[in-house]
Design a protein around this ligand. Structure first.
Ligand SMILES: NC(=O)C1=CN([C@@H]2O[C@H](COP(=O)(O)OP(=O)(O)OC[C@H]3O[C@@H](n4cnc5c(N)ncnc54)[C@H](O)[C@@H]3O)[C@@H](O)[C@H]2O)C=CC1
Ligand SMILES: CC/C=C\C[C@H](O)[C@H](O)/C=C/C=C/C=C\C=C\C(=O)C/C=C\CCC(=O)O
Length: 262
């Protein structure tokens, strides 16, 4: 997919991976709407991008992906201000395992399903759209058990299964949308820092969590953004599940689609 003048929505784009994904799309000439709970941060980020990439390059819409009306407003506003939507990145996520764990499922799984359904409504050729690509951000915690975050892992397993099932639709060619999944391992963002693993490493390198992280390694945000761009730009990867790990790099599971030369 050539990205020049394409229109993208990135949820959870005010910081971390979502912000990085949006910035890489802007660098390739796409126009991007980010949505997030963090309105002040989101507006600050977009103000910087408008100075760097042009006043009409990007926009921010405050949104809670668990609130259907607020989420639908993102699509409606993006289409009216930037044009028909080509790319939807369901990235927003949290990692709460304690009180209020249900919100982890609501944001990480139900929010992704909501965003994917809105993407079909706005991009499907059967609905008058131009087709496009959906990138649902899961995690390697959606592919392998993670003993200390079972709720989070459950939400991410759900994202992988849901996304692959959407891609398996026999009439997918009439819909004209690629459904893909991005599964990074640990990545150095605010979410990862909340795990306080670095503090743990100082105390007990025999801790099973430390050992799991040491085995998987910790990605930089750039490592994951590189995988993300490959996922978006490769045209024949419907159903593709991409892992990004420090020790294996970028890999597709279930067979590796060719990376088309743009
Ligand atoms: N950091 C890591 O180690 C990994 C992260 N991931 C996934 O990548 C995605 C992004 O993670 P990070 O950038 O690390 O997290 P982060 O915590 O740095 O950023 C998440 C963003 O999502 C926003 N957000 C949270 N709930 C929201 C809601 N209900 N509606 C709208 N926006 C909301 C937050 O305000 C924040 O700006 C998440 O889905 C996460 O599960 C996957 C694998 C590894
Ligand atoms: C509460 C959540 C907070 C932080 C967690 C991070 O955000 C992140 O999402 C969690 C990642 C967990 C990864 C756990 C194990 C990773 C293992 C590997 O990457 C290596 C093994 C398998 C890779 C998957 C596969 O190809 O089978």
């Amino acid at each position: 997919m050539r990205l020049e003048n394409k229109v993208a929505i990135v949820t959870g784009g005010a910081q971390g991976l979502g912000k990085a994904f949006a910035e890489e799309l802007l660098k390739k000439g796409a126009k991007v709407c980010i949505c997030d709970l963090q309105a002040a941060e989101g507006r600050k980020v977009v103000k910087d991008w408008q100075q760097r990439f042009g006043r009409h390059s990007s926009m921010f819409v405050p949104c809670d992906v668990t609130d259907h009306d607020s989420f639908q407003n993102v699509f409606r506003t993006t289409k009216s201000r930037l044009g028909p939507i080509d790319i939807v990145v369901n990235n927003a996520g949290i990692g709460n395992e304690g009180d209020g764990w249900q919100r982890t499922i609501h944001i990480n799984l139900i929010g992704v399903i909501e965003g994917t359904r809105l993407a079909v409504m706005y991009m499907s050729k059967e609905e008058g759209g131009k087709g496009g690509v959906v990138v649902n951000v899961a995690s390697t915690a959606g592919l392998t058990p993670v003993f200390n975050t079972p709720v989070y892992a459950g939400s991410k397993y759900g994202v992988v299964g849901y996304t692959r099932s959407m891609a398996a639709n026999p009439s997918i060619h009439e819909v004209g949308i690629r459904f893909t999944c991005l599964c990074p391992a640990y990545t150095d963002t605010t979410m990862f820092k909340s795990e306080k693993i670095d503090d743990l490493k100082k105390v007990d390198s025999n801790d099973p969590l430390v050992q799991m992280v040491m085995k998987a390694g910790v990605n930089t945000i750039e490592d994951v953004a590189n995988g993300f761009m490959q996922l978006v730009e490769t045209d024949n990867n419907n159903g593709g599940v991409m892992t990004v790990t420090k020790y294996k790099g970028i890999q597709y599971r279930h067979g590796k689609p060719l990376t088309n030369k743009l």
